[in-house]
Design a protein around this ligand. Structure first.
Ligand SMILES: [Zn+2]
Length: 186
């Protein structure tokens, strides 16, 4: 199992309508890996694309963009919604492993860009506001290219490790069919 800049997960029957030409997140899904504008490409997962967010106000903040254009998660067909959550579980575990935060926050808003995209925000005891949510209008913090590369590789390495331990984590049936999970365990 490999996971790189062009992985080939099993997409099943993931819902993927034609992109909305006016939507920033649709553009990010359709863009080449080096052409995304809101962060740095980490991986394409079953139902989403994982980026290291351009704003590194908290170190390791990532964004998980749904492949499918939908404004609310419950608007997706169940398989696509399950796929997105499966990707969230995998991505969150990788971010936790990569950055060893005190806590993870996950936030989905979409008021400005109504296409499902969640932020995975590692929280540290010494971050600027450790006891509160991070507001959306925090100062923009960028790091240099070398440090962005290092952070991307940390997350990718953790994704590799998680998939090496359990490659089924890229498969939708793990989430959607617990009987299948039982058969694997047995
Ligand atoms: Zn969209």
């Amino acid at each position: 199992m490999t996971l790189n800049s062009n992985p080939t997960p099993n997409p099943g029957d993931v819902f993927r309508p034609e992109p909305d030409s006016g939507c920033l997140m649709c553009s990010e899904i359709e863009a080449g890996h080096s052409d995304v504008t809101t962060g740095r490409h980490i991986a394409d997962l079953t139902a989403s694309r994982l980026l290291l967010a351009a704003n590194q106000y908290v170190s390791g903040m990532c964004m998980l963009i749904s492949n499918a254009h939908a404004t609310e998660l419950h608007h997706l067909p169940p398989t696509a919604a399950g796929g997105y959550f499966n990707d969230l579980l995998l991505s969150s575990a990788a971010v936790e492993e990569a950055f060893r935060p005190h806590k993870l926050n996950w936030e989905v808003l979409g008021n400005w860009t109504p296409h499902i995209h969640g932020f995975i925000k590692p929280r540290y005891r010494d971050d600027p506001i450790p006891d509160n949510r991070i507001p959306h209008d925090v100062p923009w913090v960028t790091v240099d290219e070398q440090e962005m590369d290092r952070r991307v590789e940390l997350v990718r390495t953790a994704l590799f490790a998680a998939l090496d331990r359990d490659p089924r984590r890229l498969q939708l049936d793990v989430v959607l069919d617990p009987r299948e999970d039982d058969r694997h365990r047995g």
